[in-house]
Ligand binder design. Structure first.
Ligand code: 2IO
Length: 402
């Protein structure tokens, strides 16, 4: 009998440490098919880049079933043509210029408030004590929602995220997740109504009132975009922050250099994003048969771009498995733009619209934390664990400092 000993990306072994398997996937199984979910997992940089760049051959139609039920409407990534251009511009505008400057103030205020109680203790879990409430509170402030509701919103948010990122959910779980989203939608309905009547400076007001080329957002658009922003801003933020500190603690020489020269922080963040992208998978749907490395992906099939594997392709990054903020192929300046070599924000038409905000958020908070966390180290007995296949990050990061 022929034994198939290729590891399943849905196995416990893979989930424990996907990075161990990336080279094998790229070299021997670059179009890995997963029968249980009938998806094709692409791991080579060139294949992933091709899928994300050729948005006509590889559509976002799969989001209709993978996202729309919990987004409660179509998200930007599902749109194309003039509608997409105009609505994307509305969002870009809400995250640039004076709006972004206001958002940076919100980031500072939230970070300072959340840090304060932990400073005298000299110990903090960077994920659960700080990162998670920080990411959600910043997002609520930016949207102009009430931070006092953060625990309730967090519960709805985790249902939304579970639906989008769960690869093998039971129908019961899916129903629970959709119920979370329905409650979130009901919570947002009167807010949207009020912002249309009496707009302020917040993101929801801007989504409600901005017109570009005569195009405006419907209530359904605004609802979907609020839920999209909530998910996209909160889910990867605590992971990126914790991964940045983990890598710097694991590389004390580089940590010392970043402390010495704060200009290196942007490189440390860019390298963290390349080395351990918080979003590991991006789904697309093949519009017609497509051939990758001699294997045909049939029309209609779902393909998953494996961002973590693509970011460690030795054809693009030298010594890809090393964390090195000085790597010449990092291109820090390009790293948060469409010219980035790493694919952690995707690429092409639907590349992350929040890159500038993400960068400002992580840079601002890391620059505040570094001088406060002197001699930062893992707490005694701390055991590092990561989880997640779609989004992935530390379950906790217990730190001692002086
Ligand atoms: C629903 C993991 C939230 C996004 C999608 C269109 C969301 C889209 C992403 C990231 C992070 C998610 N996809 N941000 O991968 O807006």
């Amino acid at each position: 009998p022929v034994v198939d000993n290729r590891p399943s990306v849905l196995s416990e072994d893979f989930a424990a440490d996907p990075y161990r398997y990336f080279a094998q996937l790229r070299d021997q199984d670059p179009v890995h098919h997963e029968p249980l979910i009938d998806g094709y997992f692409l791991s080579r940089h060139e294949d992933v880049k091709r899928v994300l760049t050729d948005h006509e051959a590889f559509t976002t139609q799969t989001l209709q079933v993978r996202a729309e039920p919990v987004m409660r409407g179509p998200v930007l990534a599902q749109m194309t043509g003039a509608e997409h251009t105009a609505k994307r511009r509305i969002v870009v505008r809400a995250f640039t210029g004076r709006a972004l400057q206001d958002q940076i103030r919100v980031i500072r205020a939230n970070a300072a408030e959340l840090m304060a109680p932990f400073l005298p203790q000299g110990r903090m879990d960077l994920v659960n004590d700080f990162g998670k409430p920080f990411a959600l509170n910043v997002t609520l402030d930016v949207l102009g929602l009430d931070r006092r509701d953060w625990r309730q919103v967090a519960a709805w948010h985790s249902g939304v995220i579970e639906f989008i990122t769960g690869l093998t959910l039971t129908p019961e779980r899916r129903r629970d997740c959709v119920e979370c989203a329905e409650q979130l939608e009901a919570y947002l309905r009167p807010v949207i109504e009020q912002r249309r009547r009496d707009p302020g400076d917040d993101l929801i007001s801007k989504l409600c009132t901005t017109a570009i080329d005569g195009v405006t957002m419907t209530d359904r658009d605004v609802t979907a975009l609020i839920i999209n922003v909530l998910a996209a801003s909160a889910e990867p933020a605590d992971k990126t922050l914790a991964l940045l500190f983990k890598h710097l603690i694991d590389h004390p020489d580089q940590l010392a250099q970043v402390r010495q020269d704060p200009d290196l922080l942007a490189a440390a963040i860019a390298e963290t994003l390349r080395y351990t992208p918080p979003v590991q998978l991006i789904p697309r749907q093949a519009a017609q048969d497509a051939v990758f490395a001699g294997t045909t992906v049939p029309a209609g099939a779902t393909v998953f771009c494996m961002i973590g594997a693509a970011n460690r392709d030795p054809g693009v990054f030298t010594a890809p498995d090393a964390f090195d903020i000085h790597r010449p192929d990092l291109g820090t300046a390009r790293s948060f733009t469409a010219a980035a070599e790493h694919l952690s924000f995707g690429t092409g038409l639907h590349q992350c619209v929040g890159t500038a905000f993400a960068r400002a958020e992580i840079e601002t908070v890391a620059a505040m934390l570094l001088p406060l966390l002197e001699e930062v180290r893992y707490s005694p007995g701390f055991r590092y664990q990561e989880s997640g296949l779609y989004t992935r990050g530390p379950l906790s990061l217990s730190l001692d400092f002086t």
